[in-house]
Design a protein around this ligand. Structure first.
Ligand code: JHZ
Length: 420
């Protein structure tokens, strides 16, 4: 089984694809082997980002099939990141009766890509009388959700599955899809399924990582094979419109180094009603602001910046090692696989630490770096950490203030390598 090089845009079908970033080859990011694995070339896949000149959607250039990506035990559990727990709690409050009032008594809410049910749990708290159904293909995280009494269907989401679900539970007042639109293999079928699930006056709420923030923050490590699409408001709006949905509001949120939370409704409802007038203005302003980005070279310059960061990070880590420091990776996020492979700093790291029980005891993909449990509360800490979970930097640096006060160092790889 092998990858498929994209010949056409995964959204609009144009064959006018421009190469933005070429990171060579890399292993599958979210599969943490049980043995040290200095990887064979057969387990490396090309890692390139291209952008469609027609609809502006950035996407992975070489698509690794689902069977390879999700074959093992999927290592990502939302609830293990304290910062994400906080985010989802605030998210549920925002949708609930005291704020936007999108989720009310007796409403049906369907969350596609619910992982271990983190948001569902908080939604139950803000509106106990709503019916909340989750869908996720990853068995491990879904089992955690089911164990908590949540109603989760273990399935790959598709238009066919949406039709089946509608037959069982009906159409939803609110459909939620967080950090999942980046991962789908057939975007049109996915959006068709989400649209079908919506009741005529329903609202789709999605969070996606925001491409302009990735560009500004030099987040090249967000490119790994399970991330197939990288959205701006412009490209997302075009994809949704093709499915009969119009954006009615946008919020900028901090997750994943910068994401957008968008609200969309059917074009043939009251999408342009006064209830959404502030939101429509925010969407228009953000689209205008994005239009100013297009000529700035910020996209085409990403390759240059990724090259520079690789050599600067190596120099930074090497000089710490030469001064006798033991260095470990702080976090074993999926993006660390791209970071370590592209920058070639893996040989300098003695181990990695992570709070996710499913990752502990395993190895970083394509390396012999062992993943240990978070040593926050233990002795035996390294002299310095490479902060691979850089998107949680404010939270982690605050949590680690005693370690820093006692001389511990942190190397922040992005947006530009710096040692604190
Ligand atoms: P985190 C995943 O990306 C994969 P990753 C996926 N493709 C996606 O889209 C996004 O999430 C949403 C650990 N950690 O959240 C926990 C600590 O050890 O940036 C996580 O393993 N200590 C589905 O994997 C990792 O770091 C800490 O104090 O890049 C962070 O992973 C904190 C805060 C985290 O997602």
């Amino acid at each position: 089984m092998t990858w498929l090089t994209r010949a056409e845009c995964g959204s609009c079908g144009s064959s006018d694809l421009e190469l933005i970033l070429d990171l060579g080859t890399s292993p599958i990011a979210n599969e943490f082997p049980t043995e040290p694995n200095n990887i064979s070339p057969a387990a490396l896949y090309p890692l390139r980002m291209v952008q469609c000149a027609a609809c502006k959607l950035a996407q992975i250039g070489d698509v690794v099939p689902d069977e390879l990506l999700w074959r093992g035990e999927y290592g990502y559990y939302s609830s293990t990141s304290v910062a994400l727990v906080k985010h989802m709690k605030a998210y549920a409050t925002d949708l609930g009766p005291t704020r936007r009032q999108l989720v009310s008594k007796h409403d049906l809410v369907i969350e596609v890509g619910c992982n271990d049910g983190l948001l569902m749990r908080h939604l139950h708290q803000v509106e106990p009388d709503a019916r909340i159904v989750g869908v996720d293909p990853a068995k491990g995280p879904a089992a955690v959700a089911t164990g908590l009494g949540l109603d989760v269907r273990v399935a790959e989401f598709s238009r066919d599955f949406a039709d089946q679900l509608i037959g069982e539970v009906g159409r939803a007042d609110v459909v939620i899809a967080n950090n999942v639109a980046a991962h789908v293999s057939d975007l049109d079928d996915f959006l068709s399924g989400l649209t079908a699930l919506l009741s005529p006056r329903g609202t789709l709420v999605m969070e996606v990582q925001y491409l302009p923030d990735l560009l500004v923050g030099n987040g090249f490590d967000m490119l790994y094979h399970e991330h197939r699409f990288f959205y701006s408001l412009t490209s997302l709006s075009a994809a949704l419109l093709r499915r009969g949905l119009v954006l009615v509001d946008v919020e900028f949120v901090e997750t994943q180094g910068g994401s957008i939370r968008v609200f969309a409704r059917r074009v043939d409802t009251d999408a342009s009603s006064t209830a959404w007038s502030h939101g429509l203005k925010r969407v228009a302003d953000a689209l205008w602001s994005e239009s100013r980005l297009s000529d700035g070279g910020i996209l085409t310059g990403l390759q240059f910046r990724a090259d520079r960061i690789a050599s600067r990070l190596r120099a930074e880590v090497r000089s710490l090692m030469q001064a006798g420091a033991v260095i470990a990776a702080y976090g074993a996020p999926a993006k660390a696989t791209t970071l370590l492979h592209w920058t070639k700093v893996a040989p300098y790291l003695s181990w990695a630490e992570d709070t996710t029980p499913a990752k502990v005891g395993r190895f970083m993909p394509g390396t012999s770096i062992h993943i240990r449990e978070d040593s926050f509360l233990r002795d035996g800490r390294p002299d310095a950490y490479l902060l691979t979970a850089w998107n949680y930097a404010p939270y982690i640096l605050a949590k680690e203030r005693n370690y820093i006060a006692n001389g511990g160092r942190f190397v922040l790889p992005l947006p530009s390598p710096i040692t604190l």
